[in-house]
Structure formats: C-alpha cells, structure tokens
Design a protein around this ligand. Sequence first.
Ligand code: P6P
Length: 333
Amino acid sequence: MSTTPLLTVQQHILEEQRRHYPHASGEFSWLLSGITLAAKMVESRVRRAGLSDILGTAGQTNIQGETVQKLDVYANQALLYCLGKRGNVAVMASEEDAEPIVVERDRSHGRYVVVFDPLDGSSNIDVNVSVGTIFSILRRDPDDGGTRDPLKDVLQPGHKQVAAGYTVYGSSTMLVYTAGHGVHGFTLDPSIGAFLISHPDITMPPSGSIYSVNEANADSFPEGYRDFLARLRSGGTGRVYSSRYIGSLVADFHRTLLKGGIFLYPPTRQHPGGKLRLMYEANPIAFLAEQAQGKATDGTRRILDIVPEGLHQRTPLIVGSAEEVEMLLGLMR
Ligand code: P6P
C-alpha cells in the first residue's frame, strides 16, 4: 500500500500556503483551482480529439450537437472563462490573443495577471503526440486604480513570477507547478476527476544523458551550439548521450525535468531570435527549471532576467541540468 497520501492539488496548494504564508487570504489557491478546472475541461476534449473531427461531419457541429472547435480555440476559451470568473484576476494574456484581456469587473482590485499558452504544440494533436498547457502567474499593483495600460501589468521579467506550471496531456495527464517553494507534480485520476500528488518535490538531476534539439536546424545554429552538440555526440564529456525530440515543448521539458539532460531551441536561419515565446513558454519553463535546481538561458542571459518588450516576443531557450547548461555557456563564452 503506497504511503503517499491521497493529496489533491487543491489540498497541496492550501498546505503550501499555510506553511509559507500563514496569513494568506487563500486568493492564490482559489486562482490555481481555476487553472486546474480549465485543465480538466481541456483534457476531456484532447482525449477524444480525433472522434470530434469524425463526428463533426455535419458542418461545424458533431452528432452531439456540439460545435466542433479547433482544440486550441477551445482551450483558450476554457482558460479565459475559468480564470475570468475567479474574481482576483485583473488581466489575462494568451498566445491566442494579440492583446491582453482586461477583466473589467476585477480591473481595480484584482491582484493577479495570468499569461498562458492554452495548447502548446497543438499541431501534434493530429498525430496523437503529447501536447500541453503552460501558465505563468504575476502579481500586479492594484493601487493604480486600474488606469494603467494592461500591457504594463503583463510585461514583467520572469523573476517576478509568483507561480508557473503546465499540464501535459500524455499517456496520463499531469499538472506540474511551482509557487516558489519547489516543483510538485500531480496526476489526474479520471475516475474521480482529481489531480492527485504523484511527484512531490521534483528536482532535476545535476546532469543527464539526453539532449533534445531539432537537428534539422543544426547547420544554421551559431558556432558555439554546433561545438556543444559535437562534443556531446563525440563522447568528449565522458558520457554517452541519446537524442530525443518530441517537438512539443511541454513534453520535451517534462522529460528533461524528470530525467535531466538539456533541451535547446537555439537561434536558427528561420528564427534568428529564437522561436519560442518568452512570456508564456520560456519564462514559466525557466521558473520551474530553476526551482528544480536546473538552469535556463537564452545563450547569454538567464531567461528570468530578460526584461520583456512585447507580449509575443521570441527568445532562444536552453534549459536543463546545471552541468550541461553550464557546459554550453562555457562554449558560448
Ligand atoms: P520545431 C510547438 O509548435 C512549439 O511551439 C513547441 O511546443 C516546440 O518545442 C517547438 O514549437 C517545436 O518547433 O521548429 O522544432 O517544429
């Protein structure tokens, strides 16, 4: 019989709050429960994505009379709805929307900003590859009476995050989050519709034996990256590496978090500034990585120190075990 208690993510968040913020209002845990609710709504659709397409033969509705939506549109609406009703989220920003969304009712007193990629890697859905939802939670200064430009509330450097996490819809559905006190993983038990703790206090191994990069772009990587990958492949580090690349950031990072190693999306010919988005991909992933004793850089700077200039700005992202990331930075210098 397992000794791990049947601890739901809500109970865990409340316990963490009591432990670290005994006078907390519970607002934060209430906010996070909005995210877990949206995650369950998305999960139920992801699980039957192919069916809804088949069943959606009559124009845009399927035989249950449901409107067949693109999954990422559905995921975006689920998050906007669940978070918009929490009462303490003043501004939301999504990969799916050009501008931030202000929750007018809560603009003056809402203390939180939530930035998210509702369904990252959604192009992989058609081939049944794991996809994920990524979120980042920032605090805002409610004293401005809601007059400030919402973009100013959103464009904060990653080290200002109060929480971050992702849901990965894989062979099982997992929620992984940090609120600044370690990284914790929960697995959805579909029979009771609850995320139960399965990976308490995740720490990334100090080094690994897997590197993860889209090798098709290798010829256009800056020289330091090419030297680094050649070194891993040559055995020059004294360790034998395998290459694993799923092409879905959440899945590639989740493996790196649990097994160690390194994930790289360097500058390429097509994306000289990197492809991944700073605010809702690199920042939350970097916060999780550092909380799990890993590192995350854009090749020169710590991701969490980058001062954002645009909601959808891109960045190179190198994230993983401290040893491999430091090795790369040494070669880049
Ligand atoms: P490429 C998915 O489209 C995504 O945004 C990330 O989830 C993933 O890491 C990356 O792009 C894959 O990009 O160019 O290797 O297909």
